[in-house]
Each structure stands twice: as structure tokens, then as C-alpha cells.
Ligand binder design. Structure first.
Ligand SMILES: C[S@@+](CC[C@H](N)C(=O)[O-])C[C@H]1O[C@@H](n2cnc3c(N)ncnc32)[C@H](O)[C@@H]1O
Length: 292
């Protein structure tokens, strides 16, 4: 595995441990405590199968069927992008927006609306709802309306299962939608509107490692010549909502490295501004807040 995938020795050893623990249906800690225990032949066979799959380049998360995001477990399969750590900035910033606008229930007579465009595994919307439930209880959660949208029906099946696994099936609804086209938002009905998204933003010409391009869904990654096709549509379709809501509306969206000035121009064209950029750990402007 180490030489086939070009992994360092430590990384390969860690991945083998994770796959072995999963095959044996024990935790990694149990594996470390009892390294020489005998295992049933069918479990050894399953482990060999996992290693063979990993050697083809298949990501560990797809082999295990789970990925941790925002300290929560999410089911994943090849219909959805594997949630990335940098997307946690979208959740954090979205939460900050909602906390500020819902403090003391001030202007929120009509509650708040959260739309997650390109929800994939549901990572963003489920994490937001879980965090809000933890902070403000069922009462705070039920003042919100949460909707996950995706053009992929297969992805929505995964997102629904994750909402159910986190006890949020009564709070989050899901719909097939090309960007925002399937929802009719009446901004005046909601106290605040937060649109969150990690849209596909990779340009058609950018090279990707086989571990990504060979396994993750193309529609979750690529977005035209400059990688801006979905971003541009999202800003255009969100604009009427954001212009009407003023400071009570925001689009918090992940973007690709170097796309910030294009995003600013698109927002300006729609009479919106880029209020804030959040840099990732490498100093890249990774998340943008667009509003009036
Ligand atoms: C980068 S993935 C993000 C998935 C998830 N939100 C996350 O952060 O892990 C982008 C998602 O957008 C969806 N998507 C792509 N084009 C879309 C469109 N035109 N309308 C709605 N969803 C779209 C893809 O199916 C994919 O699930």
C-alpha cells in the first residue's frame, strides 16, 4: 500500500490499522491493546479486500463508509463528496451569522431559514442544525427551517440518512434542485435567511489526483472553464433574497484558491458585496460571505 499509493510509512501504518479495526469490528484502541489476537478467517478476508481496494487508490472514507466532519460521523458513498476539514469554516461562519442575528430572538419574529445548496452528504446543514440544537435546544432549533438541496438524487439519499442518524429528520427537508431553482423563497416570511454552500469550484483544466478524480463524483468537483459556473449562478439566484433581507441575509460559501476577485466582481454585478473572507490554515481565502 505504501509504495502503490506513495504514502509515508506512518500514514500507511495508520491507514492499515484503521482498515483492520473496521474489518474486525473493534476500535483502534482495542487493536492496539490486543495486537496478536486471532481473527476469524472471513474477517481476515474482509481486511484483505479493504487493502486491495485501497491499493487501487479508493479513499479510506469510501471503504469504511463513514467520515468525521465537525466532530460528527457522516455516512458517505461514491455518490457524495467526502466532506473536507476546510468546509468546517462554512459551518463556523454560518453559525456566527445566525448567533448574531438571532440573539435575544430580536428581529426574528418569522424564525430563520437555512438553505444548503449542493448538500452532498448533508455535512453542512446537519452540522449547523446539530450545533444550534446544542446551543439553544429544541426550541431554538424549531424556530429554524432547514433545507438541503442537490441536483443529485443519489446524494440526497445519503444526506437524508445522515439527518436521520442525527435525529434531525423532522427539522431538515431535502429536495432535488438545480442551484436554487426548486425553492420559492419568500424572504419576508423569515426573520433571517442564511444560504450556505460548498459548490463545485474546480476548473475543467485543473489536474486532480487519481484518488479524487477516479472516485469522487465529477459533478461535485468540476464547474466549467474557470470553476465559477455554479458559484456565478448561486450568487445570481441568491441576489433577490439577499438584497431584500439586507443585514439579515447572507450567502456563506466555500471558494477555490484565487477565485476571490472573480467572486467580488460577480457579487458587485448583482449589487451585492463580499462582506468577509475567511482564510484557511494555509492563508487561502477559502470562505466568503456575500450580502447587501
Ligand atoms: C463540493 S460538493 C459539496 C458537498 C457537501 N456540501 C460538502 O461540503 O461535503 C458539491 C455538491 O453540489 C452538487 N451540485 C453540483 N452542481 C449542482 C447544481 N447545479 N445544483 C445543485 N447542486 C449541485 C453536487 O452534486 C455535490 O453534491
Amino acid at each position: 500500500m505504501q509504495s502503490r499509493l506513495g504514502l509515508g510509512g506512518d500514514a500507511a501504518a495508520l491507514e492499515s490499522d484503521v482498515l483492520l479495526a473496521c474489518a474486525l469490528r473493534i476500535t483502534r484502541e482495542e487493536l492496539l491493546i490486543r495486537p496478536n489476537s486471532a481473527a476469524a478467517p472471513e474477517l481476515c478476508e474482509l481486511f484483505r479486500e479493504f487493502i486491495a481496494r485501497r491499493c487501487t487508490g479508493e479513499p479510506v472514507a469510501y471503504i469504511l463508509g463513514v467520515k468525521e466532519f465537525y466532530s460528527l460521523r457522516f455516512a458517505v458513498n461514491r455518490s457524495v463528496l467526502i466532506p473536507r476539514p476546510e468546509t468546517e469554516f462554512v459551518v463556523e461562519h454560518g453559525l456566527g451569522f445566525l448567533r448574531q442575528r438571532t440573539a435575544g430572538h430580536g428581529p426574528l419574529n418569522g424564525g430563520y431559514l437555512v438553505l444548503d445548496v449542493g448538500t452532498g452528504s448533508g455535512a453542512i446543514v446537519v452540522s449547523l442544525a446539530c450545533a444550534l440544537r446544542k446551543e439553544s435546544g429544541e426550541e431554538g432549533l424549531s424556530r429554524g427551517m432547514f433545507i438541503g438541496l442537490d441536483c443529485s438524487f443519489a446524494a440526497l439519499k445519503v444526506a437524508k440518512s445522515n439527518a436521520l442518524a442525527h435525529g434531525l429528520e423532522d427539522h431538515i427537508s431535502f429536495a432535488v434542485s438545480d442551484v436554487l431553482s426548486a425553492v420559492r423563497v419568500k424572504p419576508e416570511r423569515h426573520g433571517a435567511v442564511l444560504i450556505v454552500s460548498n459548490p463545485p469550484y474546480i476548473s475543467d483544466s485543473e489536474e486532480l489526483s487519481f484518488q479524487i478524480s477516479g472516485f469522487e463524483p465529477k459533478c461535485a468537483l468540476r464547474a466549467g472553464e474557470k470553476g465559477l459556473d455554479v458559484i456565478e449562478r448561486l450568487i445570481r439566484e441568491a441576489a433577490p433574497i439577499l438584497r431584500q433581507k439586507g443585514p439579515l441575509g447572507a450567502l456563506v460559501m466555500e471558494i477555490g484558491a484565487g477565485q476571490d476577485s472573480d467572486v467580488r466582481c460577480i457579487a458587485q454585478r448583482e449589487e451585492l458585496t463580499t462582506i468577509n473572507y475567511i482564510q484557511d490554515l494555509r492563508g487561502v481565502k477559502r470562505v466568503v460571505e456575500v450580502g447587501k
